[in-house]
Design a protein around this ligand. Structure first.
Ligand code: LLP
Length: 382
């Protein structure tokens, strides 16, 4: 926990809206993952938060990366991740991703049978399995349902593994990722169970990649136990790909009160909104909100952002002491898919990001300027 006085300091020094990350919490989350998963290989799903400073810290701690775009592969390369420490994934990979992945010696996740012939020669590959399960999360975050676009069917798995071998690739094993922010550990038990059911047809495998998707409150030791047992059934090494779990709780979005408005509801207008943190609007996500001022909390408020969109609300029905312009609010659990999904809509500058360690602040992304936002347009005119 970053002390409130230090949050005030950061907001003064770097301005708001501001993402802040607590290094101690990052370390603690990784330690929890390692405690639960033992010697499993950890590949950070950098889509959760691709900040280079966070990537460098994780890389220095021995964590690899899972990448799903040319830009993410470039980030991995920039922080020195390649070979055994790099996974290239995605349902519609481009020629660029195959070439960059091959150059860096990455392992590819094969998402469809048709991909076998697109892989660079002699690739190392895992086959992504769609276990055809409904899971306990928002519809947009479920990736293992029968109708989802991800992975091959259980029935297709043996043929895809065989096709990889025939084509001269190394078929390392299987991959499964059933969705994100999954609350109920039993969903993982069910998914791993479906994979284990393939054992008689696949024979032993070198790798089982159990994906990520662990909700913040999920039973991590329970998920890990099941994942390890499934890997053992295949005689396989276990890999995991957490995103949210590693970075969400380390991150907080600091936003300042602009003013209030009492119409049909009580609105506290703040300087951050959908362009800084899209999750409440996109998934109805509830992030904890803490006021950084004192007073008796009497009324309930909706946090409304500066965008001209009715859905631009960061939170609803938060009980707060009466807000006054300039006061600070901390929006928690914002380290994953927060800054990563921020946008330049309305020509808003994406926020600054700062890292807190041993009582010190360090800027890890400066605030954008309008010039940054239109640079590609101006350069195209020259
Ligand atoms: N592996 C694969 C193949 C994935 O597709 C994902 C996330 C992960 C690992 C990491 O999942 P995590 O451990 O972070 O749940 N924007 C959404 C989350 C989308 C996740 C997409 N895939 C959100 O804000 O909740």
């Amino acid at each position: 926990m970053i002390p409130a006085a230090d949050l005030h300091t950061a907001a003064e020094r770097f301005g708001t809206p501001l993402y802040v990350y607590d290094a101690a919490e990052l370390n603690a989350a990784l330690a929890r993952v390692r405690a639960a998963f033992g010697d499993a290989r950890v590949y950070y799903a950098m889509k959760a938060n691709p900040n280079l400073s966070l990537l460098r810290r994780l890389a220095a701690a021995g964590v690899g990366a899972e990448c799903v775009s040319p830009g993410e592969i470039a980030r991995a390369e920039k922080v020195g991740l390649s070979g055994e420490r790099l996974i290239v994934n995605g349902p519609a990979k481009s020629a660029h991703e195959y070439a960059a992945g091959a150059r860096l010696g990455a392992t590819f996740i094969v998402d469809r049978a048709e991909e076998v012939e697109l892989l660079p020669p002699a690739s190392r590959a895992l086959v992504r399995v769609n276990p055809a399960l409904e899971v306990s999360t928002h519809d947009h975050l479920a990736t293992g349902a029968a109708g989802s676009k991800f992975g091959v069917t259980l029935a297709q798995v043996p043929a895809v593994l065989e096709a990889l071998r025939v084509a001269g690739h190394t078929a390392l094993g299987l991959h499964v990722h059933i969705g994100s922010a999954i609350r109920d550990a039993h969903d993982f038990t069910a998914a791993f169970g479906r994979l284990a059911g393939l054992r008689a047809q696949t024979g032993p495998l070198a790798v089982l990649d159990a994906g990520g998707g662990w909700g913040l409150g999920a039973d991590l030791p329970g998920i890990a136990r099941e994942a390890r047992a499934t890997a053992a059934a295949f005689g396989a090494e276990l890999w995991v790909e957490p995103g949210r779990y590693l970075v969400a709780q380390a991150g907080t979005l600091l936003t300042r009160v602009v003013g209030t408005k009492r119409t049909g509801r009580n609105f506290v207008l703040v300087d951050a909104g959908m362009t800084e943190l899209l999750r409440p609007m996109l998934y109805g996500a509830a992030h904890p909100v803490t006021p950084l001022w004192d007073g008796p909390a009497t009324e309930r408020w909706d946090l409304a952002g500066p965008a001209c969109e009715s859905g631009d609300l960061l939170a609803r029905d938060v009980t707060l002491p009466t807000p006054v312009p300039g006061q600070l609010l901390a929006v928690g659990e914002a380290g994953a898919y927060g800054a990563a999904m921020s946008s330049n809509y309305l020509t808003r500058s994406r926020p600054a990001e700062a890292l807190y360690e041993d009582g010190q602040w360090r800027l890890v992304r400066r605030r954008e300027t309008p010039e940054d936002v239109w640079r590609a347009e101006e350069e195209a005119r020259q």
